[in-house]
Design a protein. Structure first.
Length: 248
């Protein structure tokens, strides 16, 4: 998947929430190509309910707004080395009270509940460089947007929670990092990219690299951060954004 670099994740077990599409699917495919056993979650009843082939993965139906389901998920796993908390997205009418709360549940609370539920499995990991938790953050972690009054604060929370996990869980042999994705083409974002050229141009004006990101760009950073090459990196959020966060 990546040009000029390869990873060996043979023997590792990886869980990617929301791994049925978009960035999650790119991460799942990259780990699988590197030799890992990969479990993905999605909202549909089975892997066969998706338009693309998910047969390389173990599939678990999961609604990440269901706390009981999150807490029960580790019971379906015999071991775990890497957890990628990817599931999430903007919600309808986040300016409403219910919409705001629902977005926080999906984008922030779910990552906390699943990470803490999976901690015993991660603590038992013998993966080189230590077990890892990865969060998927966003440019809205850093910048306000009237479109995302809940998603943005939730993604900012991912950045802060990553610091807390990184600080507190190193003693358990667990590292925690995040990737803050810039404007990235996924199944959810593609309509915006394709039909709102003025927004894309405004984004490019800040970016040093004048292109839209691909899901594989995010997956590349995720695999690095969970690899033994990053064994002394924890509590950090890496912007993968074409330079958006450093532009003016």
């Amino acid at each position: 998947m990546f040009s000029g670099i390869s990873y060996d994740y043979s023997g590792a077990q990886v869980l990617v929430t929301g791994g049925s599409n978009g960035i999650g699917l790119a991460c799942a495919r990259a780990y699988r190509e590197a030799g890992a056993e990969v479990v993905i979650t999605g909202r549909r009843p089975s892997a066969g309910d998706y338009e693309h082939d998910l047969s390389d993965f173990t599939y678990i139906e999961l609604d990440v707004s269901d706390r009981a389901a999150l807490l029960a998920l580790p019971e379906k796993l015999d071991r775990l080395d890497i957890l990628v908390n990817n599931a999430g997205g903007t919600q309808t009418d986040e300016w409403s009270h219910d919409g705001f709360d629902h977005s926080l549940d999906i984008n922030l609370s779910s990552a906390f509940h699943l990470s803490t539920a999976c901690r015993p499995l991660l603590e038992a990991s013998e993966f080189a460089g230590g077990a890892s938790i990865i969060g998927i953050a966003s440019m809205t972690s850093y910048f306000g947007s009237e479109w995302t009054p809940a998603y943005g604060p939730a993604k900012a929370g991912i950045v802060q929670m990553t610091k807390t996990f990184g600080h507190c869980w190193g003693k358990y042999g667990i590292r925690a990092n995040a990737v803050a994705a810039g404007l990235t083409r996924t199944n959810l974002v593609a309509p915006v990219i394709d039909h709102m050229p003025e927004m894309v141009e405004e984004t490019f004006a800040r970016q040093g690299i004048k292109r839209v990101g691909e899901a594989e760009d995010i997956a590349a950073a995720v695999l690095f951060l969970t690899s033994p090459a990053a064994s002394w990196i924890t509590g950090q959020t890496l912007p993968v954004d074409g330079g958006f966060t450093v532009g003016m």
